[in-house]
Design a protein around this ligand. Structure first.
Ligand code: SF4
Ligand code: SF4
Length: 451
């Protein structure tokens, strides 16, 4: 666990020389080259308090996101397959000792039904989420669930990529998982602070900090090339968590030549019957949260930053402008949750797409990379060189066109066509003719057109 150097992280957080405004501006200037930042530079930016420097930071984060990925925003839908869990995380509603929670695990028939609903809305990318349970989230069941999801076809529509967020596994189980054909494997450390981790995860398999921390190493060793890390912000000082995440990212990059494919930034919400010992002593306010997202974007420009539906629509709009590149949508579809949380972004996919269009983003249903073997170091090479944006533009445009023709409401369709025309009208690069040909193929009835 030596790469999470707590003493070093604390020394950076407390280093008063890193609070210097002109130093922070210099770092922001350097960050615009989109080559990433050291831990020390990131610590300096996490300490920015000046309103003017914060504006510079946000503008730089937006610029870097667009330099690498362009205007595209990948959309995906979460699907929870079970809320049964053998762990007892103090902050989580699903924890084993919460006897007031009605437990529900989807059957394969329910997974099929849920997938149909998502496909009918136009979703193409699904994030399967499971707690830790020997039966309801067993590897074998996950395999059957993934197979079921990929088998669902509604007219020409289907889910083209299934990502997974599940408990850590052994190398041999990760090898089995790879054969199920998943995209990115996600597993969040929750907190990188060892003592807080031990307090929050008192028993169950998750109490083993190191087993979880090295999950991505085992996944990579097993041949799963796209891995997603994350922290649950609010368990400890947000600056510590951000620097812990970056230590993890830098370590993966150094050892495997590829950093995390995504970083997720869930923020803690009050959980039903959470343990009274836990009362969120490190709640992260909106201003700090926006800052940390911007710093992550500048520190690891090649990594997707993924935002769930936990945040409300208005705040999500702000975060899209400081580096977020993937967003969850369609939280209303979950059969298993039964009761829908009043928190977060509960808009339908069509409403979110319309909103993104109005904001000038290109909603993307693209799943091209993992289906073209552009994963791991091949993806990183393109992203680090700033060459992925060209593919993102072509594929986003093609996948958006497909959505507009097959699923969008009339209003969204009009807004989408307007944006496509304006976007292509402004494009004078050499690959414009390629994009136009792709659009023509989609208009003529071909589906799943990508490069
Ligand atoms: Fe909740 Fe995940 Fe902890 Fe289970 S392992 S109690 S689902 S946070
Ligand atoms: Fe994502 Fe690759 Fe598609 Fe770009 S081209 S949106 S990186 S899958």
């Amino acid at each position: 666990m030596e790469f999470i150097n707590e003493a070093f992280i604390h020394s950076l957080m407390n280093d008063s020389s890193l609070r210097n405004g002109s130093l922070q501006l210099d770092i922001i200037g350097k960050a615009k080259e989109a080559k990433g930042l050291s831990l020390k530079d990131s610590a300096a930016l996490l300490n920015v308090t000046s309103r003017d420097i914060l504006e510079e930071l946000f503008n730089a984060a937006k610029e870097v996101k667009e330099k690498i990925f362009g205007k595209r925003l990948v959309v995906f839908a979460p699907l929870y397959i079970t809320n049964s869990c053998v762990n007892n995380c103090l902050y989580c509603t699903f924890r084993r000792d919460n006897k007031d929670l009605k437990r529900k695990s989807l059957t394969l028939e329910e997974i099929e039904e849920e997938t149909c609903l998502m496909v009918q809305q136009g979703q193409k990318r699904l994030l399967l989420v499971a707690g830790e349970h020997p039966k309801n989230a067993a590897l074998e069941f996950i395999g059957k669930a993934v197979e079921k999801i990929y088998s669902v076809k509604v007219n020409e529509g289907n889910i083209r990529r299934v990502d997974l967020n599940s408990a850590p596994m052994s190398v041999s189980n990760f090898k089995t998982l790879k054969n199920f054909g998943i995209g990115t494997y996600h597993c969040f450390q929750e907190t990188y602070d060892y003592n807080t981790y031990s307090l929050m995860h008192p028993d169950g398999p998750k109490s083993d900090y190191a087993w979880r921390l090295y999950a991505m190493d085992r996944a990579l060793q097993a041949g799963i090339e796209d891995v997603g890390i994350g922290s649950l912000f609010g368990l400890t000082d947000y600056r510590f968590e951000a620097l812990g995440l970056l230590s993890h990212a830098l370590n993966l990059d150094e050892r495997y030549g590829l950093g995390p494919h995504t970083i997720s930034v869930p923020r803690i919400l009050p959980a039903l019957n959470a343990q009274p010992e836990f009362n969120s002593p490190h709640a992260v306010d909106d201003a700090a949260f926006k800052k940390l997202v911007a710093v992550l974007r500048l520190a690891v420009p090649y990594t997707g930053i993924l935002l769930s539906t936990r945040e409300n629509a208005e705040f999500r709009r702000e975060l899209l402008n400081v580096g977020v590149s993937q967003i969850g949508t369609g939280s209303r579809t979950s059969l298993y949750t039964g009761q829908i949380s009043a928190e977060g972004d509960q808009r339908s996919l069509d409403e979110v797409v319309m909103d993104l269009l109005k904001l000038g983003f290109l909603p993307s249903f693209c799943t091209a990379c993992c289906r073209s073997e552009r994963t791991g170091d091949r993806f990183m090479e393109l992203a680090k060189a700033g060459s992925i944006g060209r593919l993102c533009l072509s594929n986003s445009v093609s996948s958006l066109k497909e959505y507009l023709l097959d699923y969008a409401s009339e209003k969204t369709k009009l807004a989408g066509e307007d944006l496509l025309n304006a976007r292509l009208g402004a494009e004078n690069s050499g690959f414009l003719s390629e994009v136009i040909k792709m659009l023509e193929r989609v208009t003529d009835g071909e589906r799943d057109v990508y490069v």
